[in-house]
Design a protein around this ligand. Structure first.
Ligand code: CA
Length: 516
């Protein structure tokens, strides 16, 4: 992982009001500690569903700007905005103009203002960059399809007489669409033809667009959609070579650019991508975290993660960031996967926010927003107020999963000291206040392998924290052995009954404690 020097926003260090155990000088919880990107807790925003500024019910960039105080208060240090480029679809993953903003969301100036206001609050901004394919409505494709002599013809991939157009993708999906001589390759969907990255002009166009958003608009980096599909699955080496070329070009205009790739695959496939990108999403861990919380059973999550990090380091060196998360916009929502069990949702959040990496929170996860596929169901309007007709509320589609009286708004979650929102907020602030939790290595604790309990250390230089998580509905009493006698103080605890006394730890059901 990259070394960096934390900046202090203020010399006056104060204990976070929601933290317990504010005692040690070296690890004093301090919500004012500022992490320079890429390090930090990130928040994924579907702009259309988040907050509306102009009363049309469609979330927009000014709406996001109006919620930066909310995000800062929650402790968020970076945003990932799902695609904001011009696009004919509700989701934006089929771009028609890489250089402009979707008019539903506002203007470039609105984005510049958002970035400026985010940076004032020490929040970084990443844009979703969808370069594997365009929309069929992109002018490049329209011209390419209408004329075989168009200069844009070679921007896409066309079947030749020898092409096997019956070939299927890895999920058994159709890959070739249209009719001869205009049969084109589209890995994900017929409305999204794949760009031809063998064409240097395509690579130049994408690099030009990337440099524009970084240099002219001032964003901090990109989340790179479908990063392993750029040259199709058969050739990961070419994909990685492309991302190395892209990264170098982005670093030419922004030295510390943060590039996090979507490589939805096993760690062995993911690892080589870290030779090109700063970071990749840890889909493997996402599933394990939810399974562990739901099953109240640890399948060896810590040793597994240590092995994955060893693999990453052996393959790509030490300078990588593991981008961790519970769910994203392509997965059933956390609370729904956990059958609405909020204790399990808290356990999953505790593990996410105490393990290494840059944790990403999907919008609404902190208030327990529900949702299952199809995709619209996992991208429902954020709920701000108890009053569903509040001014900022989006109505981009009718909520199916979050419409009944049991759905909880930000307003209600903030008023409840025991809410999932408060749990997230406490943990995010505990994390961002500790360099050890942000950057420390992960170390297994073989002497604390107890059924229904996860224990691990985080270590950085001569500092070390011991994290214990009760996965179960029963209280657990654990005696710390001689090997753990150095951990004598509480840095953080989710529950006043979860405490250390005379070397014996008592953990109330589902609680988390961090000792120093
Ligand atoms: Ca709007």
């Amino acid at each position: 992982m990259k070394p960096f020097i934390p900046l202090l926003a203020s010399a006056a260090l104060t204990c976070g009001v929601l933290l317990t155990g504010c005692t040690s000088d070296s690890l004093k919880p301090d919500s004012k500690l500022v992490h320079k990107p890429p390090h930090g807790v990130y928040y994924e925003v579907f702009v259309r569903a988040f907050a509306d500024s102009n009363g049309d019910g469609i979330g927009d960039l000014k709406g996001v700007t109006s919620k930066l105080d909310y995000l800062q208060d929650l402790g968020i240090e970076g945003l990932w905005l799902m695609p904001i480029n011009a696009s004919p679809s509700y989701h934006g993953y089929d771009v028609t103009d890489y250089m402009d903003v979707n008019p539903d969301y506002g203007t470039r100036d609105d984005l510049i203002e958002l970035v400026k206001e985010a940076h004032k609050r020490n929040i970084a901004v990443l844009l979703d960059f969808v370069v594997n394919h365009t929309s069929t409505q992109h002018p490049w494709f329209q011209q390419a399809e209408s004329s075989s002599t168009s200069p844009y013809r070679e921007y896409y991939q066309w079947a030749t007489p020898t092409t096997n157009t019956n070939e299927l993708g890895e999920s058994g999906q159709q890959l070739w669409y249209g009719s001869a001589p205009n049969q084109y390759y589209a890995y994900f969907w017929q409305g999204m033809p794949d760009l031809n990255f063998d064409n240097p002009k395509v690579r130049q166009e994408i690099i030009k667009a990337g440099q524009f958003w970084l240099h002219e608009i001032g964003i901090d980096g990109f989340r790179l959609d479908a990063a392993k599909h750029v040259y199709a699955d058969a050739d990961p080496a070419k994909n990685i070579q492309w991302w190395q070329e892209f990264r170098k070009a982005m670093e030419d205009v922004k030295k510390d650019v943060f590039l996090v790739g979507e490589v939805w695959d096993s760690p062995y496939i993911v690892a080589p991508y870290l030779k090109g990108l700063n970071s990749t999403f840890n889909f493997n861990l996402s599933k394990q975290l939810l399974d562990t919380a739901k099953g109240e059973y640890d399948p060896g999550i810590v040793s597994n993660l240590i092995d994955v990090h060893k693999l990453y380091e052996e393959t790509a060196g030490k300078e990588y960031i593991d981008s961790t998360f519970l769910t994203n916009h392509d997965m059933d929502r956390t609370v729904s996967q956990l059958d609405d069990n909020l204790d399990h949702a808290k356990v999953a959040a505790s593990l996410l926010l105490t393990l290494p990496g840059d944790p990403f929170v999907y919008y609404g996860e902190e208030i327990g927003l529900r949702g299952r596929k199809p995709d619209e169901g996992i991208r429902e309007p954020m709920l701000w107020k108890k009053d569903a007709n509040a001014a900022e509320q989006t109505h981009w589609e009718v909520s199916r999963w979050n419409a009944d009286a049991s759905a909880r708004s930000v307003e209600e979650e903030q008023a409840d000291n025991n809410s999932l929102y408060q749990h997230y907020k406490k943990l995010i602030h505990a994390r961002r206040s500790s360099e050890v939790l942000v950057r420390g290595d992960l170390v297994d604790v073989p002497s604390l392998q107890v059924q229904g309990l996860i224990a691990f250390k985080r270590t950085l230089g001569d500092q070390s924290l011991l994290v214990l998580q009760n996965l179960s509905p029963k209280p657990q009493v654990v005696a710390l052995g001689q090997d753990l006698s150095a951990y004598q103080k509480t840095y953080f605890s989710t529950n006043p009954d979860t405490q250390l006394k005379s070397g014996t730890l008592t953990l109330s059901p589902y609680s988390t404690i961090i000792l120093q």
